[in-house]
Design a protein around this ligand. Structure first.
Ligand SMILES: [Zn+2]
Length: 202
């Protein structure tokens, strides 16, 4: 499938606010915004997020440049971002651990902690106000179906809010409560699309 490479490493040439993303990453002393996974973790969870750069750029909150600058500023990352148009950007190689979940715990009865170690993160550009575009649902389904086919297994799907909400705070794993992707994201629509792609072999 069509995926635009945009790896969050020191060679990333995308210019934001007068400086390349790569130079912003280099300035933090890192070579890239990911780290190796500790084997033998099996990657079997996909965490769905929503992301917006409203604070940095109220006029263009879903522009990739501002979203990725925010990632560099905060030292966070995800494997993919799906833009409003449906364009998919690859930010972190799947075999590497991205920094998208933070302090986290899987829902009962799984209960595994530190979800970054065994998950992929997918960001949908959007907010509780904008909701998500038809193209984003379409591409999210295709991407997840493609990932399942390549990894040869079905994944477990959770929202960031399911693993980094009040339960994670109560467990002492984090201080703030994540609420994305929130009720504006229709899990039913996504899961129906994924199921249709699974059964059509696509
Ligand atoms: Zn999130």
């Amino acid at each position: 499938m069509d995926i635009t490479p945009c790896l969050l490493d020191i060679r990333n040439p995308l210019i934001v606010d007068g400086a390349a993303l790569g130079s912003r990453i280099a300035a933090t002393g890192k070579e890239h915004l990911w780290e190796p996974r500790f084997l033998p973790y099996e990657v079997n969870v996909i965490v769905i997020h929503s992301v917006s750069a409203e604070a940095l750029s109220p006029a263009e909150p879903f522009d990739r440049r501002w979203i990725l600058k925010t990632f560099c500023d905060y030292g966070v990352s995800s494997h993919y971002i799906i833009e409003r148009s449906g364009e998919i950007l690859r930010l972190v190689p799947e075999e590497m651990k991205a920094w998208h979940a933070g302090g986290s715990i899987m829902p009962e009865p799984d209960n595994r902690q530190a979800v970054n170690g065994f998950s992929l993160g997918i960001e949908l550009a959007g907010s509780s106000v904008s909701g998500f575009s038809a193209a984003q649902y379409e591409k999210l389904g295709e991407l997840c179906s493609d990932i399942e086919r390549r990894h040869g297994r079905h994944f477990t799907y959770v929202g960031h809010e399911d693993i980094a909400g009040s339960r994670a705070v109560t467990a002492g794993l984090r201080k703030d409560i994540k609420t994305d992707p929130g009720p504006a994201f229709s899990r039913q629509e996504f899961l129906e699309r994924l199921e249709a792609l699974r059964s059509s072999g696509g």
